[in-house]
Design a protein around this ligand. Structure first.
Ligand code: NAD
Length: 375
């Protein structure tokens, strides 16, 4: 029997609830298809600050690195929000992404037809939306130094540093081009080359990489117009690649298309391979949602779809991954909705409004019959 070792990092807020749902689904697929999952439970984020005084312990980072992949809920919350604190929950994310060299964050955005009424965007604009945002994750403004506030005779000043090396740009652009090649062959590189030196280097590196991928059609788009086009003509995009901050913002904007933040998965990957596939960290795009935490209200679909990405990317199990995605779509088609998916007009007629646990169970139930393309 094939066996895999996965790290589970529930984190804070709704993290433990959505991770419980995703584990249920992965364990169900494993027992259905005859493979085993050995789970490593890791405490990180605010929970680790409370327990150990750090956002993640170095030994836990090493243990996570030895796994085949990582499933993460979310970290943070008002309890740990003091802006002057030196230990902060997000340090766990940066340590995981940076320490494990997960330089690309992949955020696919598709719109399930049954959820079109849940999106504030007009239905005709949502037809055919199937895009993938590839966000650079380990450089740019989030990591550039100096990043600090200073006292000066003129008052307080603050500085952040936007820094990219050509190597950092090239590796994520190459990955995005590979992914575009496996999809509809179109890549939009997003920058602010009319203003920023880093963007001009970004654009040059994209153009230098193009000959390796002659079959991929590449366009450059300024980030401001891209933000507008994402809501005006979202179906026109295939793969987008962009730097860290632009990707952070654009991917949350794109989430609106899918009806709720709670629906969207993500994968953070690098070049490292395990015996089964690409090592990666998988998490929903939403945060710890402290306003609904602990009340069985969170939508687990984004985390469950992240688990599907884990199966595909890190374990090479394409069939089971497709089955999980189909089971989520089937539960939605059958009317199951967490509160965030109730249509914008509040009309829940014909829908079954459920909590995190019941939604997860409905998805597990729909995994019973094999509907994917085999393993
Ligand atoms: P959030 O994503 O947690 O919540 C935004 C809104 O969406 C809230 O109203 C929330 O209730 C709702 N929501 C989020 N996920 C949902 C789900 N699965 N089902 C139903 N509704 C859902 O963003 P925020 O409020 O800006 O941040 C809350 C905390 O999360 C902060 O401490 C922030 O730092 C942290 N955060 C963590 C991550 C991460 O761990 N990767 C990402 C973003 C924010």
């Amino acid at each position: 029997m094939a066996g895999y070792r996965l790290a589970a990092i529930p984190g804070d807020g709704v993290g433990p609830e959505v991770i419980a749902g995703a584990r249920l689904v992965l364990d169900a697929v494993a027992s259905r298809d005859g493979f085993s999952i050995d789970w490593l439970d890791v405490v990180a984020g605010g929970a680790a600050i409370d327990a150990y005084g750090v956002a993640i312990r170095p030994d836990d980072l090493d243990a996570v690195e030895a796994c085949d992949a990582v499933l993460l809920g979310a970290v943070g919350g008002p309890r740990w929000d003091d802006p002057d604190a030196t230990v902060r929950p997000e340090q766990a994310l940066f340590a995981l992404r940076g320490g494990l060299e997960l330089f690309a964050n992949l955020r696919p955005v598709t719109v399930l037809p049954a959820l079109v009424p849940s999106s504030p965007v007009r239905p005709e604009l949502l037809e055919g939306v199937d895009l993938l945002i590839v966000r650079e994750l380990t450089s740019g403004l989030y990591f550039g130094r100096p990043s600090e506030q200073r006292e000066t005779p003129e008052g307080r000043v603050a500085v952040d540093t936007l820094w990219y090396t050509e190597g950092e740009i090239r590796r994520v652009v190459r990955l995005a081009m590979e992914l575009a090649r496996g999809r509809r062959g179109r890549l939009t590189s997003v920058d602010k080359a009319n203003v920023l030196a880093t963007s001009r280097l970004w654009r040059k590196v994209v153009d230098e990489t193009r000959p390796e991928f002659a079959d991929v059609e590449v366009n450059h788009q300024l980030v401001d117009s891209c933000a507008m086009l994402l809501v005006r003509r979202p179906a026109a995009f295939d793969v987008l690649v962009t730097e860290n901050l632009f990707g952070d913002i654009l991917s949350d904007e794109a989430a609106v298309l899918a009806g709720s933040l709670g629906m969207l998965p993500s994968a953070s990957v690098g070049d490292r391979r395990t015996a089964h596939g690409r090592f990666g960290l998988y998490e929903p795009i939403h945060g710890s949602a402290p306003d609904i935490a602990g009340r069985d209200l969170a939508n687990p679909c984004g985390t469950i779809l992240s688990a599907a990405m884990l199966l595909r990317w890190s374990l090479g199990l394409d069939g089971p991954a497709a089955d999980v995605e189909a089971a989520v779509a089937a539960a939605i088609d059958d009317g199951y909705r967490t509160g965030d998916l109730v249509p914008a007009d509040g009309d829940a007629a014909g829908l079954r409004v459920v909590g995190t646990r019941e939604m997860s169970a409905a998805i597990v139930d729909r995994l019973g019959a094999r509907v994917g393309a085999g393993t």
